[in-house]
Design a protein around this ligand. Structure first.
Ligand SMILES: Nc1ncnc2c1ncn2[C@@H]1O[C@H](COP(=O)(O)OP(=O)(O)OP(=O)(O)O)[C@@H](O)[C@H]1O
Ligand SMILES: [Zn+2]
Length: 756
């Protein structure tokens, strides 16, 4: 029995008194007594794991018995949850694999996988029908009209379905219900059209010759006889310049999997990106894909989860967490924008969604497609060494050209003091807007200003819990820490010297660029897109609609505007601070900046008119800027590889970060030193550190980092287990909070992406 606690493995239980024959199958979700309380669990069948006794803090009375070597009485399961489909074997093996790879207790991985079906209880639910006739005095707004168009007179739909389809908030649905235009009705999952089936041949595009070749490679990977079990299912890198039609091409593979009656999983790095993707999918396949993400209502999550397990859901689109859905018949996995660091989960179970997607595919024999215009170093290396297949789309679709990139040297041609848009960039925006085109200003920083300073005494506002400056958010009137929840009102008086009105914002955030743009381009129809202002899928959908329809002609945004969008009239992209990502010196800073700027530039000129990218930089000679100017992504990556190879940095070696943290700085330092003293050593194995983390203080905890680095052929996990396990046997697993000395915590991050 696997329970959602940080134990090293499964526990033993007696079956419930009432269990019928066949009901005790592995994968069944059950309720069990645990310690003094109760928990859910899943009947597990991993032969390799030794059954564990309950840990002492949960059953203090049993601890003594154990110590005296007496037999332990097994407890009885409380109840079988027959209303939840079995966890299929493939998901159970995946959970085991992720747990072992990331050094996470398997129960914690299980907890992620089965949260959804446990949260909402009953599957019968109520939905809405459109009243017929509609009330005569009904006040109609465009939003209400959209809901009424989405609603049916026969098939009830839930509030979530209606708000999703109409792109409005739940309030609109409630309003319509109150005015009698929507009537409540019982929803039957089978009849409600919850998961309409996508049609593989609904509206196939006419592919260019290049696209067709690429699509053929992908579909033939799916056609290979599954009987050939000696050969693992292929992983294929689909590399295509921005706007080359990668989506259209991998849709052909999706169609093939549908024809074969298999399920498909498409991963996107962020929920925000699903909006345009879903519309395109529905146009191509005549029905929506099932969307999976954390902001769905509990009921919908449960329905999708069960629908995936039972096979009614054919195509799922979602972020990395969708990997843990209980697919029963998975035939294809697509990871779009595979280079995105958003695929890495940094909290709880620290896993990389792209890498785990490859594992998931391999385990069930499903081909995996990794799509990107700027593939990660890891994936490129795998393709170069023949471990992955490689398909390239070298040109944009329909004769569109890649944008011209130019540099604005801020040392020479910079803006006036206190401003951030150079004359060159401003003039270019003016020209684009006058020509009836759209422009985008990109700055990867939320808020108004990243630092606030007292002009009189030099006082700087720092977060009390983190080693980070407080970021001013002027619209909300607060200073906020971007690393913890700390927020305080912007004071009028300096807390250092008491001076009145002496605080000055230093540097720009997106709000400040907006302010400047409003002054400078008074004619522009402006829209600001940042994750804190567009915080729901519906808000996002509305914003996208405004840009696509031309209602807006100047978009100002953070990294969320960089990715995947397809706005044909957008011709100019201005990068306000191209140097922003280069500081900090982490392993992937240059690679990431390159990918981000290349992606954001790739939004320009996707339609009939040519695009232009202007990079404002103080470091024009930097290899990243030079590569962007020459549009030489491959050359840049080859250079980067040459830098990483000699030191066995990934992808030429392996890394795991060990973060030691404690509320007292001294404790963290001491423990990190002790840990370093027992570090594994040997040929090809090295431990770097300890050193204070760049974010030395985070949420009130002092942090020290160690880095274990090995050559490619040497697995990290056994080394980590031996190293950390020997010293920290008091905790119930690694990578989670142990109740150790002085609130000490040791976290392990295999294949780290963030080095903060
Ligand atoms: N064969 C085709 N027929 C019609 N339209 C196409 C075709 N191929 C691509 N397009 C259109 O070209 C545009 C760009 O395609 P798509 O978004 O798939 O490119 P992409 O390679 O995924 O781009 P990015 O990497 O920038 O996200 C879209 O509007 C898409 O509908
Ligand atoms: Zn903070």
């Amino acid at each position: 029995m696997l329970v959602p606690r940080p134990f090293a493995g499964a526990l033993d239980y007696l079956p419930p008194a009432s269990a019928g024959p066949g009901e005790l199958a592995a994968g069944r979700i059950v309720r069990v007594p645990l310690g003094r309380g109760e928990s859910f669990g899943c009947i597990w069948d991993d032969a390799g794991e030794v059954a564990q006794t309950l840990p002492p803090d949960l059953t203090p009375d049993r601890q003594e018995e154990e110590n005296k070597g007496r037999k332990i009485t097994l407890r009885r399961m409380a109840e079988l949850r027959l209303d939840i489909p079995l966890l299929p074997p493939s998901l159970r093996r995946f959970i085991d694999w992720v747990a072992a790879y990331t050094l996470t207790p398997p129960g914690m991985v299980l907890a992620m996988a089965i949260r959804a079906p446990l949260q909402a209880s009953a599957r019968t639910q109520l939905g809405w029908l459109r009243a017929e006739p509609l009330p005569e005095d009904l006040r109609l707004t465009p939003q209400r009209r959209a809901v009424l168009e989405a609603a049916s007179v026969q098939h009830p739909m839930t509030t979530a379905m209606l708000t999703e389809r109409a792109g409005v908030g739940a309030g609109v649905v409630r309003g319509l219900a109150a005015s009698g235009a929507l009537k409540q009705a019982v929803l039957h999952p089978e009849e409600s059209g919850l998961f309409p089936a996508p049609q593989p041949d609904f509206a196939p595009p006419v592919l260019s010759a290049q696209q067709q070749d690429a699509a053929d490679v992908l579909t033939s990977a799916l056609k290979e006889p599954a009987a050939d079990t000696a050969k693992p299912a292929p992983v294929i890198l689909l590399e295509g310049v921005t706007g080359s039609g990668k989506t259209e091409v991998y849709f052909e593979a999706v169609a093939e999997a549908l024809r074969q009656g298999r399920q498909v999983l498409v991963l996107l790095p962020e929920i925000a990106l699903t909006t345009q993707w879903r519309e395109r999918f529905a146009r191509r396949f005549g029905a929506e894909a099932a969307v999976w993400h954390s902001e769905l209502g509990a009921r919908r999550r449960r329905d999708v989860w069960c629908g995936v397990a039972e096979g009614q859901v054919r195509v799922v689109v979602g972020p990395r967490s969708a990997l843990f859905l209980p697919f029963s018949n998975l035939g294809l996995v697509v990871v779009d924008e595979e280079h995105e660091s958003a695929y890495k989960q940094e909290e709880g179970v620290t896993y990389h969604g792209r890498d785990m997607a490859v594992v998931r595919g391999r385990q069930v024999g499903a081909p995996v497609i990794l799509a990107s215009a700027t593939p990660s170093m890891e994936t490129r290396a795998n393709a170069e060494h023949g471990r992955y297949g490689h398909v390239v789309l070298p040109a944009r679709h329909g004769g569109a050209r890649l944008p011209e990139t130019a540099l604005v040297d801020m040392r020479r041609d910079g803006p006036e003091r206190g401003e951030f848009l150079s004359p060159v960039l401003s003039a270019a925006v003016d020209r684009a807007l006058e020509a009836g085109e759209q422009a985008m200003l990109f700055l990867n920083r939320r808020g108004y200003a990243p630092l606030t300073l007292c002009r009189a005494c030099g006082h700087r506002f720092e977060c009390p819990n983190c080693s980070a400056w407080m970021v001013e958010h002027r619209k909300r009137g607060v200073l906020a820490c971007h690393h913890c929840d700390h927020v305080e009102p912007v004071p009028t008086q300096c807390p250092g010297c008491g001076a009145e009105h002496a605080l000055v914002p230093i540097g720009p955030g997106i709000e400040r660029i907006r302010e400047e743009a409003e002054k400078r381009f008074p004619q522009a129809r402006l829209l600001c897109m940042a994750s804190d202002t567009l915080d729901s899928p519906a808000a996002m959908a509305e914003a996208v609609h405004k840009v696509a329809s031309g209602e807006v002609n100047l978009v100002i945004g953070t990294q969320m505007v960089a990715k995947g969008w397809d706005f044909p009239d957008l011709t100019l992209v201005g990068v306000v601070d191209a140097d922003l990502g280069l500081g900090g010196g982490d392993l992937r800073a240059a690679e990431r900046t390159m990918q981000l700027l290349h992606q954001v530039g790739g939004r320009a000129g996707r339609g009939t008119r040519p695009g232009r990218v202007l990079l404002q930089s103080y470091a024009g000679e930097h290899p990243v800027m030079q590569a962007l100017l020459k549009n030489d992504f491959n050359g840049f990556m080859a250079q980067e590889a040459a830098l990483r190879q000699p030191g066995f940095w990934p992808p030429f070696g392996r890394l795991a970060a060990v973060i030691v943290s404690a509320p007292q700085e001294r404790v963290a330092e001491e423990q990190a030193r002790l840990l370093a003293a027992s570090a594994p050593r040997g040929p090809g194995v090295q431990v770097l550190g300890p050193a204070p983390a760049p974010l030395a203080l985070l949420r009130g905890r002092w942090r020290q980092r160690l880095l274990l680095r090995t050559r490619r052929g040497i697995a990290l996990q056994p080394l980590l287990r031996q190293w950390l396990g020997a010293r920290w046997s008091g905790t119930y697993g690694l990578g989670v909070q142990g109740g150790g000395e002085g609130g000490l915590k040791i976290e392990v991050d295999v294949d780290p992406v963030s080095f903060l």
